[in-house]
Design a protein around this ligand. Sequence first.
Ligand code: PEP
Length: 244
Amino acid sequence: MRGLVAGNWKMNGDTAGALQMAVAVREAAPALACDLLICPPATLLHTLANALVGTTVAVGGQDCHANAKGAHTGDISAAMLHDAGAGWVILGHSERRADHGETDALVRAKTVTATSAGLSAIVCVGETESQRVAGEQIAVVGAQLAGSLQDGFEGVIAYEPVWAIGTGRTPTEADVAAMHAFIRGQLTQRFGAAGSAMRILYGGSVKPSNAAALLNLPEVGGALVGGASLQAADFLAIASAVRG
Ligand code: PEP
C-alpha cells in the first residue's frame, strides 16, 4: 500500500504561501514514493485545489459539519469542501475534540456525512499525556476507534498522541509500533480485509530529522504533519523519507 503524507496547516497560511507550496509540490510529487495531501484552512482550499489541477497532490479540509446543510452559522459542510476541490477531510483532530468538545459520536456522524459527500476521511485518535502516564493509551484509543468509525468505514486512521502534537516530543519507535499494531488488529477485527488494508498514519512532531525512523516502522502508512507541513522544504523532506 502506497504511503500518504498529509499536511495539516491548522489556522495558518495565506494565498501567496499556498501558491508557493503548490509550485514546490507540483515539481516534487512525481519522484516521491508516497501520496501527498495538503489540508489548508477552508479559505484556501479553492485556490490550492486550482493550483494543483493536473497533479496527483490532493487537498482536504480540516473539519466539516455533521449535517449535510442548514442553519449552522460559520460552519462548513462536507459538500462545500468537495465543491471547493477537496477530496479529503480530517475529522476528530485532538484540537477539535479539545477546543470544540467533539465526542466520538459526533466524529462518527461527521465521517458518515463526509463519506456521503464523496470525501475520504482521516479520523484522528490518540491519548493525552495523563492517559499515557496512567497506562490507559490502549483503552483510550480502542474506545475512540470503536466510537468514531461507522460500520463500513473506508478512510484512513491517524494515531496522534495528544502530548506529541506541536511539542517536539514523540513516542519511542517501540511505542509507535505497538500502538499501530493494536490499531491494525482493531481495524481487521471490525472491518475484515478492508481493515487490514487501511492506512494508519502517525502524527505528532514529525519533522525531517525523525521522519525516516518513524515512517518506516511496521504498520505506519505515512504521516499527518502539522507545523512541519507549512514549509515546502520540510514537508517534502518528510515525504522523501517514505520508502516505496
Ligand atoms: C497535527 O496537528 O496533526 C500535528 C501532528 O501537529 P505537529 O506535526 O505540529 O505536531
